[in-house]
Structure formats: C-alpha cells, structure tokens
Design a protein around this ligand. Structure first.
Ligand code: HEC
Length: 139
C-alpha cells in the first residue's frame, strides 16, 4: 500500500516537473519580437562566424571557405520575392538535402540542436533562426 502511494506521488511529481519544464520551453510566439530576438542570439552564437551578424556572408570564417558564404538577406530575392520558410528551416536542419542549397561547408544544425535539447527544442531554435533571417531580408 505504502509503496503504491509513493509511486503515485512520484508520478505526480514527475508530471508536474515535466509540465513546468515544457512551460519553460514554450516556443516564443511565431514571428513575435521575442522569437526574432531569440533567433538573433542563436544566429550570433552559431552562424555569424560564417554568415556575419547581418547575414551578408562576411563572417571571420567566410574567407576560409572555398565556395564563399551566400548573402542570406537575398533569400527572398532568389525565390521570386517570397521568403521560403519551410525550405529555409530544412536547410538549417540540414538532414534533408535541398537541391542547390547547403553544401558540405554548411554544418548540419538539426543534429547538433537535437543532441543538446531534444527534437521539440531543436525545432523551436530552427524556427526562431528562420524568423530572424526573415527579419533581416534586404528590402
Ligand atoms: C562553417 C560556416 C557556416 C556556419 C557556421 C553556418 N553556415 Fe550557413 N552556409 C554556409 C555556407 C558555405 C553555405 C552555402 C552552402 C552551399 O550552398 O554550398 C551556407 C548556406 C546557408 C543557407 C542557404 C542559403 C541558400 O543558398 O539559400 C542558409 C539558410 C544558412 N546557411 C543558414 C545558416 C544558419 C541559420 C546558421 C547557424 C545556425 C548557419 N547557416 C551557420 C556556411 C555556414
């Protein structure tokens, strides 16, 4: 009997903890200033070395890469004026090869993010990065 009660308390505790954890990790509202700001930080930490903070491809590592680094502010222009959200997310994720994009010199972020925090968090980070890229597009 006692054992069972302990188990119940344990389960309840586990549920409460994971619920508050999920709440903590709640994705920022899509397209909101918070999401873009989170994406900006993420971009600064993981992408700016190659792409440059402004996304124009002039980060300190860019000169070392054979093919050069593309100007990410032009993504919409390459795509007849529309920002291809899903495609950009897939390119950043890196597991799905997108024809003509993200060659071997572009790291596979999906894998790294998933290892750090699981697939839900990885998706949010990729989405925030994508929203940040959308916010810095050349006019
Ligand atoms: C080690 C340098 C490096 C880092 C770090 C890097 N990239 Fe890239 N990225 C590249 C290169 C090089 C390409 C071009 C690859 C190609 O087309 O062959 C590229 C391509 C891309 C493209 C596709 C552009 C197109 O052709 O449409 C996107 C989007 C992108 N990167 C986003 C990111 C994001 C977001 C991050 C950070 C999470 C990041 N990159 C980090 C080097 C890098």
């Amino acid at each position: 009997m006692k054992k069972n009660d302990n188990l119940k308390t344990g389960l309840l505790l586990a549920a409460t903890v994971s619920l508050s954890f999920l709440g903590f990790l709640q994705p920022s509202q899509a397209g909101s200033p918070e999401a873009i700001e989170a994406g900006k930080k993420e971009f600064r930490d993981n992408c700016a070395v190659c792409h440059g903070m402004d996304g124009k491809g002039t980060g300190p590592l860019a000169t070392l890469l054979e093919k050069g680094v593309p100007d990410l502010t032009l993504i919409a222009k390459w795509n007849s004026g529309t920002f291809p959200t899903t495609e950009v997310m897939e390119i950043i994720d890196g597991r799905v090869a997108v024809a003509g994009h993200g060659g071997q010199e572009m790291p596979v972020w999906g894998m790294a993010f998933r290892e750090e925090g699981g697939s839900k968090l990885a998706k949010d980070r990729i989405l925030n990065l994508t929203l940040y890229l959308e916010s810095i597009l050349a006019k």
